[in-house]
Design a protein around this ligand. Structure first.
Ligand SMILES: C[S@@+](CC[C@H](N)C(=O)[O-])C[C@H]1O[C@@H](n2cnc3c(N)ncnc32)[C@H](O)[C@@H]1O
Length: 205
């Protein structure tokens, strides 16, 4: 159901918008030119394009094939490539310095998330970073739509699974990662009139 939602969304929002505040934070605090980064769920590529313009080699993954094709045509550059596919089914191959995931892990099941954590640990170089921003259990949106569990709902056909910061930190640690930054607050991802508390974590191998 979510795939159709995003296919329709990018028909109207195909061009990269300005980068997210999270991308600016990660770039400022943690990235250097020449690093290799994989973005999970790059959408219209706004953060991938921003990282690449700052000298980082980027591979952006998303399930929306038409958008990936559009981005590859528009942003063909030696340090930027877009690949279509399901980021929960990745097979480890090669390594990278950073796995970046913004507003994507809350749209997959817990089982799929665990597969992603395992994959991220296996592809990260020593001291490589896994940077994640996701919706929180304290987000008022959890009260909307159809509640399918204490921390999952479906709003207008759009599935979301809201994150508990402490539990998520424990899961990352359980997958061999060290927490270097973890905070939940408003101001991380304001959108229009909305500014919900959002979970932001940087973990290191
Ligand atoms: C909320 S958007 C975020 C886009 C981008 N990260 C940003 O912050 O602008 C979620 C994106 O994740 C993608 N996505 C969700 N589940 C996916 C999956 N299993 N595999 C690949 N892409 C997925 C959707 O197609 C969508 O583009």
């Amino acid at each position: 159901m979510d795939r159709t939602y995003w296919e329709n969304y990018y028909k109207k929002h195909s061009f990269p918008a300005p980068p997210s505040l999270f991308a600016e934070f990660v770039s400022r605090e943690h990235l250097n030119p020449g690093m290799h980064l994989i973005e999970l769920g790059c959408g219209n590529g706004r953060d991938s394009v921003f990282f690449a313009r700052n000298g980082v080699s980027v591979r952006g993954l998303d399930q929306v094939e038409a958008e990936i094709e559009f981005l590859n045509g528009k942003y063909a550059h030696e340090n930027l490539e877009f690949v279509a596919g399901d980021f929960t089914r990745l097979v480890p191959s090669g390594t990278c310095d950073c796995v970046y995931s913004r507003f994507t892990l809350h749209s997959v099941s817990e089982e799929d998330e665990l597969r992603v954590l395992k994959w991220a640990h296996s592809v990260l170089n020593e001291r490589g970073l896994f940077c994640i921003e996701v919706r929180s259990v304290n987000d008022p949106k959890l009260q909307d739509g159809d509640r399918i569990s204490p921390h999952e709902n479906v709003v207008d056909g759009h599935y979301r699974r809201y994150f508990d910061l402490e539990k998520f930190k424990d899961r990352l640690i359980g997958h061999g990662l060290k927490i270097v930054f973890a905070e939940e607050r408003t101001g991380f991802a304001p959108y229009g009139s909305e500014d919900p508390p959002v979970v932001r974590v940087v973990a290191q191998k």
